[in-house]
Design a protein around this ligand. Sequence first.
Ligand code: SF4
Ligand code: SF3
Length: 512
Amino acid sequence: MSMFCNQCQETVGNVGCKTVGVCGKQADTANLQDSLIDSITEIAVGLKAKKEFNVKYYEFILLSLFITITNANFDDMKIQEMIDQGLIMKHDLGLPSVANIIEKSEDEDVTSLKQLLLYGLKGLAAYVYHAFVLGKKDESIYFFAIDALVAIKESDSQEELLALVLKEGEISVAAMALLDAANTEKYGNPEVTKVNLGVRNNPGILVSGHDLLDLEVLLEQTKGTGVDVYTHSEMLPANYYPFFKKYDNLVGNYGNAWHQQNTEFETFNGPILMTTNCITPPRDSYKDRIFTTGAVGYEGVKHISEGKDFSEIIELAKICDSPQEIEQGEIVGGFGHHQVIALADKVVAAVKSGAIKRFIVMAGCDGRNKSRNYFTEVAENLPDDTIILTAGCAKYRYNKLELGDIEGIPRILDAGQCNDSYSLAVIALKLQEVFELENINDLPISFDIAWYEQKAVTVLLALLHLGFKGMRIGPTLPGFLSLNVAKILIDNFNLKPIGGVEEDIAAMMTGN
Ligand code: SF4
Ligand code: SF3
């Protein structure tokens, strides 16, 4: 059985996983995921002629894309179920039920553009799905997704595909704004918060992933049970929202980024709830106490589906040992756009006085690759008059360093999850307005982005759309970029791969 997947940064040789994924994805699963994507491209062809928004297809397309992102769903039965659902939809749309396998283009640039478009769309779908479960929809995203999927199936035109990739940047900004509105209208604006890293003696449940609604439901169900709840990885920013502070049993954050889950889930001792990516193949030591819900799934792991009745997890927590402490202390976060703009006078004064020389945006994903130490070393070696703006799980490479503050402003400002990179863009746009600059690139801001999975592709396209130039990305350029497509991004946006720590810091400090 063979497969081909090149959608994440850890793909074999920066070319493709061909027998099994570095992430643990088996060939059967990869091929089922490909079939599901083929199926939604066909459904999109059927929907293209229909000009009206249809929520059933909106949800199906979003979820199909979401469950195929890296480290989200390894459950063949679930993916097959989605393919079967797609068959019924195709029948309803009068489309042939036999799958029409997408002809792979002979042109490597066309293939590369299609992959860039698809992977950006997957990340976008994940964000839009989170907004959807919180009651927010956007018809323009639906129509864009249909156009993009049809082009992925049928187009051989580099111009058309490139135009769609750039348009995807614009739609990605709208998608992140939609999720920002969904989160903040429901949970309030993130505010400066000290998050506890230690543990208590009660039994606990660890919640990982990005889905705030799942956390809310779990907190409601654990009220008064004596069971504590801890966030993990991308769930850490939940602690910054006023809404979640009312739960006394939300104790703080346990552990680090996704790739350390094997050891951290072991020492946590209690049940773990994965609400989205990133799940890695569970070890036997905790396989019987890890649960999935929503878009995430893993064969052999109990999935809590509709209804979100978490009582089994709560009952299990009660008979498990309390978590083993792995660290102590606190970290500070909650610097979303609303909070930073509230501090704007202070920030602007510090820039004008020269106390803050530069902002370095170090958002994105973390991953296993040792070369990601680069991001820790950059954070450690940046001059004391720089502020790091971060979002996403990339922050775990440096968010526990003691970097101090500048006139009371912490040197690491964490806006939240990867989708909250939107906040960093809003902050930059606000600074551009305050300093009355015509060109956003005249701001003292540099970008040093870490990427791993497809949401980072979405964020990158959004930042390109907003006009940011000269961004660095690493630890490698995406393997799915052909030489020519990479050249387009380099020539038009001055996108660059990361280099050495010292040379990159020196270049960023001079605006290069
Ligand atoms: Fe390989 Fe990444 Fe695809 Fe997993 S998601 S199979 S590691 S390219
Ligand atoms: Fe992390 Fe998976 Fe991307 Fe949301 S949890 S940033 S990698």
